[in-house]
Design a protein around this ligand. Structure first.
Ligand code: LRH
Ligand code: MN
Length: 431
């Protein structure tokens, strides 16, 4: 018996039931946008071209250090994860790539993995290394750090792992390596913070030297956790300086949850763009710490402001500007597939809203120091409900007008619960 997948018939039936309402809403919005000099079909085409990568670690139920409550039909291995990623892309048509994490996604035949992904209509985005956990039979522990560990053998082990990830990524067709390290300290005095950064840079130079010519390495900063006094790559400034020092293939990755509350992340994005060092994003949302909540679920206006900087940079023809878009979330209380679909839609929404900002009116208001006028140009775009454009983009790309409703109508999760007998697993931590 082949594994269940959502049929074209069900998709067509679900769309047919919603098509007339969508056409009405789309036509009304198109008329309103035309009055603002915006071509809704062109906007829909731009939205159809938008893509974000799904993190393989995001399709399983996430958890915290306190507990993880796995749901029915959990993916048991990478191939189940790819099946769920394919289901997300089938319905929202905005997630054509997958970002894997090693060794969580380790397998024996990466060429076969690439082939299976291709059969699902998926490709691989940046690969993620993991030197923040010790693997069984690992020779040197990362308890006191990895790339910045005082032990040369532990650093060499971490460098070797990152170089292995590059080799795996090449087999998968990836073009980038994301390096996030948990290295830091919990007590003042525990670590010489200057020397720790030097050790990190020495290790990163070896990893940088192993990069193929057309690859990039993304340095991911994070303010704290799991280190709670100092973190080696704690902010965009350190990440930027390290990327500058390493060379043109090194850029900075902005995980939205890795900043202190109220930090102006959109300005960090503008700065990294200015210096050609914006490598990409891990999109999520947060209220307090690195909460890894669903994108756009807490601060949708901030997400819009980030995309406002990205669209402005694109229109300015910023150099070395090809940011990689990836989600990085932990789904502790929702069906991960539903959360990932809605998060991709919230990214499309922020992208579309940023595209309809009247940039000449905004520039004129800024030049005239018309503070409120300028702000209202952004608010006008942000308060435009572009949902019909997003739905039409999905429909024209062969997807679902209403992805979550269609997914629920399919009973996909119930089928997977039958196909995927629950596997006993330690049940703490994010995956
Ligand atoms: C660290 C992080 C990093 C991943 C991990 C799963 O908080 O954001 O990007 O490796 O989450
Ligand atoms: Mn991240």
């Amino acid at each position: 018996m082949t594994d269940f997948s959502i049929s074209e018939d069900l998709l067509q039936a679900e769309n047919a039931a919603r098509k007339m309402a969508l056409d009405e809403d789309y036509t009304a919005l198109a008329r309103a946008l035309r009055r603002r000099g915006i071509d809704s079909d062109e906007l829909t085409r731009r939205v159809m071209a938008f893509g974000v990568a799904i993190p393989t670690w995001g399709v399983g139920t996430g958890g915290t250090r306190f507990a993880r409550f796995p749901g029915p039909g959990e993916p048991r291995h990478l191939f189940d994860k790819l099946e769920d990623c394919a289901t997300i892309h089938y319905l929202v048509r905005a997630t054509p790539t997958v970002s894997p994490h090693f060794p969580w996604d380790a397998t024996t035949d990466y060429a076969a993995l690439r082939e299976v992904a291709a059969q699902h209509g998926l490709a691989f985005d940046a690969v993620n290394s993991n030197t923040f956990q010790d693997q069984p039979n690992q020779e040197h522990s990362y308890k006191f750090g990895s790339l910045s560990n005082v032990e040369p053998a532990a650093r060499a082990q971490a460098v070797a792992h990152n170089i292995d990830c590059i080799a795996i990524g090449q087999k998968l067709g990836s073009k980038a390596l994301t390096v996030w390290i948990a290295d830091g300290s919990n007590f003042a005095g525990q670590s010489n913070m200057a020397l720790a950064l030097d050790r990190y840079l020495d290790s990163m130079r070896e990893i940088y030297a192993a990069l193929p010519a057309d690859w990039r390495v993304f340095l991911e900063h994070k303010l704290y956790e799991p280190a709670f006094y100092s973190t080696v790559i704690s902010d965009w400034g350190t990440s930027f300086a390290a990327a500058q020092e390493l060379g043109p293939k090194a850029q900075c990755l902005v995980d939205l949850g890795h900043h202190a509350p109220n930090v102006n992340i959109e300005q960090i994005v503008a700065r990294l763009v200015r210096f050609g060092k914006l490598g990409g994003f891990h999109f999520n949302d947060s209220k307090y710490g690195d909460d890894d909540l669903d994108t756009g679920s807490v601060e949708p206006f901030r997400l819009f402001l980030v995309f406002n900087e990205l669209i402005d940079a694109g229109m300015r023809g910023a150099e070395d500007f090809a940011p990689a878009y990836m989600l990085d979330q932990s789904h502790n209380v929702t069906d991960p597939i539903e959360s990932l679909m809605q998060s991709a839609i919230e990214l499309q929404r922020a992208h579309a809203q940023a595209l309809i900002v009247d940039r000449s009116a905004l520039a004129a208001a800024q030049a005239a120091n018309d503070a409120l006028g300028a702000h209202l140009e952004l608010k006008r775009a942000y308060t435009t409900d572009v949902s019909p454009i997003l739905a039409m983009a999905r429909l024209r790309a062969g997807g679902a007008i209403a992805p979550i409703e269609t997914y629920r109508a399919s009973g996909y999760r119930k089928h997977k619960a039958r196909e995927r007998p629950a596997v006993a697993r330690t049940s703490v931590g994010i995956v």
